[in-house]
Each structure stands twice: as structure tokens, then as C-alpha cells.
Design a protein around this ligand. Structure first.
Ligand SMILES: [Zn+2]
Length: 488
């Protein structure tokens, strides 16, 4: 559940925790990909924050089964005393004792018991130990026994807190105060029921790392009993600029990591080097110049498809109005932004703008380069551009359509994660969210015949019919309530 891998400029690998036993194989694959010797990667330093299985069991699993595949040189930890372990009960006690056993029986010289105030250096990265387990804490004992340390790299500070709770975080604020200030912060205890707001305020990070699964990130879509949504709100109030959430997939950060590195999804980019795209853009520009467009559809191939597969449906729905199709196959948010900034909404005032975009961001770009928050930010940037260029228009925002037959497919999940974020961009007045994804899915989550079976992405005629049905009331309401609404 919590796993971070760091590679120094010199190529040394460092692991923090590693996750559950079930995460071990993925971690191993990742280490092989990053290691200098893919056949036998070397982990120079392995930090273990505390003895919970979702943090340390991947390490135990690798020690038990894969010692011949990976070399671990140094393990850094500070285990709680037996007096503390004795206070635990049930499964927690069993798990902690098992992991403690693995760590204390490591070969001579491998385990380093670290203490507050110590620094560990691996190449040009320094780890300062800020907190070792404090035996006087008697509540939430094992989580509060987490090792807290700060990584310094390229002048940036990244604070790791393991699973500390209220007690340890309060002590850290008393001990260090504003000196806790760090650029990047690993959210304590997966981002809920962990550190206090005062602690987060003292750390005052710009970027937060959340070792947080989907159900916890969303608090089971708002129906759970976790504190995550409240903590997310705190971090928003503290002006955190980027959340890097593990349920969005593996993230890859290059240090110094900066927010000044623009997101690909929000940086306008053309495809003018592609002949067909350039031709289509120029054809659409010629139409734009005719002016008078009442309805505009903006998007990728699925919107583009109104001109081919959806053309009969188009004639039925849109015939009474002046409608411009600005769907371009394979476009991502950044191409749409470029088109908007290069004239597609200039010289006329549409009443209604439909926006469906994002599936090529999630489908064609690895999550390491673009996570769902990045894709959503691209969509938000398009909405803002439409609002600037066509201030009177009502924007209909569609969720990214489902794709891939298996509802658990990572691309489907990514699209769902984007949708969770973007639906909040709608205010119900100037931006309306029209979601008919349930009509594109069967009850078991597989795709209906509205979506082409072969590519599991594009709509069949039936899909365009569903789309048309879902938007017709809005078209009527907006177009026919406006002044020029009298139709022949
Ligand atoms: Zn824990």
C-alpha cells in the first residue's frame, strides 16, 4: 500500500517501505527496470517506517523468496521495544511480530537502527531522521512508532511520515515547529486519521504524496467513514498545488521536481505537422469564418464520428440548428486547447458548446506522465478557454466515455477517476454535466452494443442515438428559449 523507490543520479536505488506482500512482485519488476543490472538490481538503502503489513510485508516477501534476484545492502529502521509490541493485540500483534522477526534476523551488518538527529547519505541524497518511536505514546501505538525522516535532494525537502497519528504529529510540531517546512510531503497514515492539521500547516507542502487506494481517496464515493475528504479539504486550504495519489497509478518524479514544469495536458499543442489534421483544421477555420454557429461540438474521434457513423442521427438532431463539429480524431486536451487558442471559437457567439475529451490522454499516455488530475486539469483549462471566448455559451460537459470491455481495465478506471474530478466543474447553470455512461455499460460493467466491440472505444450508430436522446432536451431548452428561437 505504501511504496516509494528513489534512484539517485549515480544510479543507486533506495526503497521506502515497499507495500504489502502482494505488492512484492510489482516492486521487484520496478526495481529491475530501474536497476543498473536488470538481472540483479541492488537496493543500497531500504527504509522501513513501521511494522504494519501494508508497509513492510513486501520487504519480508522479497527477503523470503527473492533474495537471489535482488541485493539489499542496508536496511534502516527503528523497531519499537518488546514492551511496546506486547501492548498490541490480535492480528496486528501477529503481523508486527512476524515482521520484527524478519528484520531482526537479517544478516550481520545489514540492519541499521537509526536515531533522531542522525543523517544517512546515499550518493547526493541525504535522509535526516526527525523522529524515532517514542515509547511514551500509548495510543495508536504501532502507527505512532513510525520513523519520520526527511529526504534532501537538489535543494528540495521531501518529508516521509509513515503512518504517524495525532500524538506523534503533535510532538513533532512542538519539537520542530516551522522547521518542519518541506516542499513535498508524504501524507500520514494514507491521508486520513493521521497527522493533525497543525502538523500539515507547519510542513506547508506544495506537493503531497498520498499512499492511498481509490476507496480511501474518495471515502467510498463519500459513503465511508474515513476522514480523507476532510484532509483533502485541509490541504486545499493550505494551498497545496499538486496531489500525487497512488491509486492514480505509479507516478514518476524527476528532482528537482517543480510545479513550474508545465503539465502536458494543459500546454496547447498542435498537430499541424500531420497533413490530415492541418487540412481539417483549415477546413474548420473556413467554416468558423462564415460565423453564426449556434451549437459547437468539441472533442476527439468520438465527436468527429458524428460526421461518419453518426451522420444520420446528426441530421435528425441537429438539422434545425447551425451546428459546427470540432471533433478531431486522436486529439487530447492539449490539441483542443491549441485549436481554441488559434481561432476555433473566434468571431461568433455559440449558445451551446458540447465538450467530450480525455480518452486519448488516458488511453495513449502512460500514467507516469499524466495522472487523472492532470487530465482533469486539461479539461478544466478547456472549459475556462471556452468561457473566455464564448462568455454567453452554456457548456455541456460529458464524462469521458467508458472504454475497454473489462470494467476493471486500467484505462476504464483512469477514465472513471477523471470523471470523479471533472463532474465538480459543473455548476448546473453555465456548465452542465450530462452523464449517460450507464447507457453505454451493461449492469455487469461490460460495454453495451452502443460501443464498437472491436475497438471497445468508439460509438456505433446506436451510441449516437443514445447521445442524441440525452442532449435533446437541453438543446431545445437553450436554443428555443433564446431570442432567435423561433424555428421554421
Ligand atoms: Zn500503519
Amino acid at each position: 500500500m505504501m511504496s516509494y523507490v528513489i534512484k539517485t543520479k549515480q544510479g543507486s536505488l533506495i526503497v521506502i517501505d515497499g507495500g504489502t506482500a502482494g505488492d512484492a512482485l510489482y516492486l521487484l519488476k520496478y526495481l529491475k527496470a530501474l536497476g543498473q543490472d536488470a538481472n540483479r538490481p541492488v537496493v543500497e538503502a531500504w527504509f522501513l517506517t513501521h511494522l504494519h503489513s501494508d508497509h513492510g510485508d513486501a520487504f519480508a516477501e522479497i527477503m523470503a523468496k527473492f533474495k537471489s534476484v535482488v541485493t539489499v545492502r542496508n536496511v534502516y529502521a527503528h523497531l519499537p521495544s518488546h514492551a511496546v509490541l506486547d501492548r498490541l493485540t490480535g492480528r496486528e500483534k501477529q503481523e508486527a511480530e512476524k515482521l520484527e522477526q524478519v528484520i531482526t534476523s537479517l544478516p550481520e551488518g545489514m540492519l541499521h537502527v537509526v536515531h533522531t538527529g542522525e543523517s544517512i547519505r546515499v550518493d547526493d541524497i541525504t535522509f535526516d531522521i526527525l523522529h524515532e518511536p517514542d515509547e511514551t505514546v500509548t495510543h495508536n501505538v504501532l502507527n505512532n512508532s513510525s520513523l519520520v525522516f526527511r529526504m534532501k535532494v537538489d535543494g528540495q525537502r521531501c518529508l516521509f511520515t509513515g503512518d504517524i497519528g495525532r500524538e506523534t504529529s503533535t510532538r513533532l510540531v512542538q519539537q520542530y515547529g516551522a522547521a518542519l517546512k518541506s516542499d513535498i510531503l508524504q501524507m500520514a497514515h494514507h491521508g486520513q486519521n493521521g497527522a493533525t492539521r497543525e502538523f500539515y500547516q507547519a510542513v506547508n507542502p506544495k506537493i503531497c504524496l498520498w499512499p492511498t487506494p481509490d476507496w480511501l481517496w474518495t471515502n467510498r464515493d463519500g459513503n465511508g467513514s474515513y476522514q480523507t475528504l476532510e484532509v483533502r479539504r485541509w490541504m486545499q486550504e493550505l494551498k497545496v498545488e499538486r496531489n500525487i495519489v497512488s491509486c492514480f497509478g505509479t507516478s514518476y518524479l524527476v528532482f528537482p521536481y517543480g510545479l513550474e514544469t508545465p503539465r502536458i495536458s494543459t500546454t496547447p499543442k498542435s498537430c499541424m505537422e500531420q497533413a490530415w489534421w492541418k487540412r481539417r483544421f483549415e477546413e474548420k477555420q473556413a467554416l468558423v469564418k462564415q460565423g453564426g454557429w449556434e451549437i459547437v461540438l468539441i472533442g476527439d474521434s468520438i465527436t468527429h464520428g458524428w460526421e461518419t457513423v453518426g451522420s444520420n442521427v446528426w441530421n435528425e438532431v441537429f438539422a434545425p440548428y447551425k451546428v459546427l463539429n470540432l471533433g478531431f480524431s486522436a486529439d487530447r486536451t492539449e490539441q483542443v486547447l491549441w485549436r481554441m487558442e488559434n481561432g476555433e471559437l473566434d468571431g461568433y457567439q455559440p449558445k451551446l458548446v458540447f465538450l467530450l475529451i480525455g480518452t486519448n490522454n488516458t488511453g495513449l499516455r502512460p500514467v507516469e506522465q499524466e495522472n487523472p488530475e492532470d487530465t482533469a486539469a486539461g479539461i478544466q483549462a478547456i472549459i475556462r478557454t471556452i468561457q473566455e471566448k464564448a462568455p454567453g455559451a452554456i457548456i455541456v460537459l460529458h464524462p469521458v466515455f467508458p472504454r475497454d470491455e473489462n470494467p476493471k481495465h486500467f484505462r476504464r478506471i483512469r477514465n472513471n477517476q477523471v470523471n470523479q474530478i471533472i463532474k465538480k466543474y459543473a455548476d448546473g447553470q453555465s456548465v452542465i454535466f450530462i452523464d449517460f455512461n450507464d447507457k453505454l455499460n451493461n449492469l455487469d460493467g461490460t460495454l453495451t452494443s452502443a460501443i464498437i466491440k472491436k475497438d471497445q472505444l468508439h460509438l456505433q450508430t446506436e451510441g449516437y442515438e443514445i447521445w442524441a436522446e440525452s442532449i435533446q432536451p437541453t438543446i431545445k431548452r437553450v436554443l428555443e428559449s433564446s431570442e432567435s428561437g423561433v424555428r421554421p
